[in-house]
Structure formats: structure tokens, C-alpha cells
Design a protein around this ligand. Sequence first.
Ligand SMILES: Cc1cc2nc3c(=O)[nH]c(=O)nc-3n(C[C@H](O)[C@H](O)[C@H](O)COP(=O)(O)OP(=O)(O)OC[C@H]3O[C@@H](n4cnc5c(N)ncnc54)[C@H](O)[C@@H]3O)c2cc1C
Length: 394
Amino acid sequence: MTEYDVIVIGAGAAGLMCAAQAGQRGRRVLVVDHAKKPGRKILISGGGRCNFTNYDVTASNFLCENPHFVKSALAQYSQWDFIGLVATHGVAYHERDHGQLFCDDSAKDIVNLLLAECDQATISQRYRCEVHDIEQEEAGFRLKLNGEPVRCQSLVVATGGLSMPKLGATPFGYQLAEQFGLKVLPTRAALVPYTLHQEDKTRFADISGVSVPCSITTESGVCFTENLLFTHRGLSGPAVLQTSSFWQPGEAVTIDLLPSESLKDVLVAMRDKHPNQTLKTSLSRLFPKRLVEVLIARDSLPDKPLKQLDDKQLDQLHHYFHQWSIAPNGTEGYRTAEVTLGGVDTHAISSKTLEARDIPGLYFIGEVLDVTGWLGGYNFQWAWSSGWVAGQHV
Ligand SMILES: Cc1cc2nc3c(=O)[nH]c(=O)nc-3n(C[C@H](O)[C@H](O)[C@H](O)COP(=O)(O)OP(=O)(O)OC[C@H]3O[C@@H](n4cnc5c(N)ncnc54)[C@H](O)[C@@H]3O)c2cc1C
């Protein structure tokens, strides 16, 4: 029977990072994946340019039942370490809003970087490989790869979350955790667009493609100021994706369509200067015209000359645009979600090594764990940090 020091299941971001590190320590590593090739999510990430990390990464950028869990790995292998690795490989990158770092050319550069790091005599890779019959032995694990029995001392589960099943996402990691008696916290799609109730969907269909800066606040009080994008299915854009991780089914979200100014002040100033200007014309100076038309029709806003609007109506308009409330029907689910909330409960995992506390040699890294980053490169940073840390211990 072939024996390895380490078998990593999942050749995604976390698995390849872990394999590279373990291999560099001289461990004999096998990376297996049921997909045809490695890093498929990396390739499509960040619109094909992979938002691979962020200049500003702290534990507060992550959702996890145990909020301190991510601290150790992020400190052991930080964004600066990964940025250094990117520079070593000569990958050109640039910063966008909020410290997000993207490749200049292609996300392929990141996959190539990881494969170059894994290009060592100690590491082999197998694709189109199904993993079955995992059993714990006295000094490690025995499993079957496409029916062939193999052994390893350390087994690393890097099979990711459930988002984008078309790209090979499976619940394998959760099932394995449960097989070993570990708790798996309920999962749901996150960083995902909202769908709308039929009436709103029809109304907003006409403004599909319109994007506005705004602040969106969930019922739990979490607020993100970013762009909102109307689509033919519902609401998307970074503000929506960010809040979707905090939104619960049935809740409404409150949208401030003019977060940096007071609408009442602006309308009063306009009324003083152009008293005969209609509300529609006035609002169209602040928001996309097509959005104004839809809102006026949807909510019967008083489209009169400004001089005919009294203080009460101005207050109502102010409230409407600063606290526009809409109840999503749901989300687009795993089909388009970037990540999965929930997963393997971190309470049973060592934050310092990523090893299951009660199962020596079994490691969980990356998105399969109950660790979900905000939009902005945080999910990849978690994959790099957790993969690197496990790679030092397997
Ligand atoms: C469209 C999209 C865009 C994204 N953009 C960004 C971004 O720009 N920045 C960012 O930080 N995050 C982004 N993310 C999130 C990021 O891709 C993930 O958080 C990250 O890839 C998780 O890494 P991972 O290694 O844990 O899992 P993955 O990268 O998903 O890798 C898991 C691997 O396990 C394999 N696998 C699954 N089941 C099995 C099985 N049963 N047997 C064998 N192998 C299996 C899969 O084929 C896959 O190769 C994006 C996600 C999506 C879907």
C-alpha cells in the first residue's frame, strides 16, 4: 500500500498552500481533487483577476461562532506574507477601494504561483480522484483513492464550502467531520445577491444595470456603504453581497440612497434656486433618472414643482430616500454565492495548528471551517493563512 506523510483533500487555495508548505518541510505530500484541474474558484474569482488579499485584515473582517479563532493563523501568516510571496513570483497587482488587492493580468497568475510552490519532488498531485472509505488507524489514516488503498500520517481536509456546485463544491468536508464526531454548524449561502418578490422584481426589471452608491443596514444593525446594483433577478453589488452574510430570511434591509448628504437640505436649496423645477428633475440630479422614475411610480412620490412641496412632504421624502426599506424574497443561493456561512465548528479545532483537538493528524483548513470573510480578499487570506499554518504542523 502506498504511504504518504500527508494527504491533502482539495486542490483549492487552502489545500495548495498547505501542500507547498508541508512539501518544503520535506514531508511526502499527495494532493487529491475530484476536479479535472486545481484552483477552479481562484480562476473565476475577482472577475478573473482574483482579489487575493487586502491591505487591512483583522479578525473583525470574519464571521465565526468563535470570533477569536482566526487571530492566530492570521498572525502567523498575514496579508503581508502573501503579498511578499506574490512579489517574489513577479505577479503584478494593484489596489482597489478599501485596500483590496487584485492581479493586474489574470487570476491564473495566482494558480501558477501556487503550482510553482508545489513543484517539488516531495509533492504529487492527482486529479479526477474520488476519495472514499476514510478510516483512522493507530498512526494515521487509511483511505481509498479511486478504489486504491493508501495510508497517510496526516490528513488535511481542504474541500471548501458549498458555493458554486458547478465548480466542484461538495459537502464532503462536512460529512467527514461528522464521521469523526465533529460538529458542523448550519450552512447557508453568503456574499450572494438578493432576489425580490415578484412585484418588485417586475418594477425594477426596467432598471437592470443601474448602480448607485448607498448604505445598506440589516435588521441586526450591520451597515455597509458601497454600491447597489439592480439586476434582472434582484439586487446585487458589493453593498448587497456584504450585507447578505448578516441578513436572515424574512428580514427587510434599510437602504440610505444618499449616505453623504441630507436630501432635505439639498431639496430646500434647490427649491430656493429653482422653485418651478419638478421633484423628478431635482431627484434626477442626485440619482440615475431611471431609478427616480421607477421609485416615483412604485411609491407614488409627489412629482410636483418644488415650490408646491411643504415641509412635511420634504420630511417624508427625506425619510424615504435615507431609509428606503425593502424586504428581499431570498438570495440566489449557492448557485452564485461566493462563500458558505457556517461549516465545521472551530471550537473542536486548534487555532494554532488547525488540527482537530481530539483526532490527532486530522486537519481542517479554508472555507470548510466555520470561518467566513467579508467581501474584499478576506476569504482567500483565510485560505492562505490556515493552509500555511497547517502546512507547518502536518
Ligand atoms: C465566483 C467567486 C468569486 C470569488 N472571488 C473571491 C475573491 O476575489 N476574493 C476572495 O477572497 N474570495 C473570493 N471567493 C471565495 C474564495 O474563492 C473561497 O473562499 C476560497 O476559494 C476557499 O478556498 P478553499 O481552498 O477552502 O476552497 P476551494 O478553493 O473551494 O477548494 C476546494 C477544493 O476541494 C475540491 N473538492 C470538493 N469536494 C471534493 C471531494 N469530494 N473530493 C475531492 N475534492 C473535492 C474542489 O474541487 C476544490 O478544488 C470567490 C468565490 C466565488 C465562488
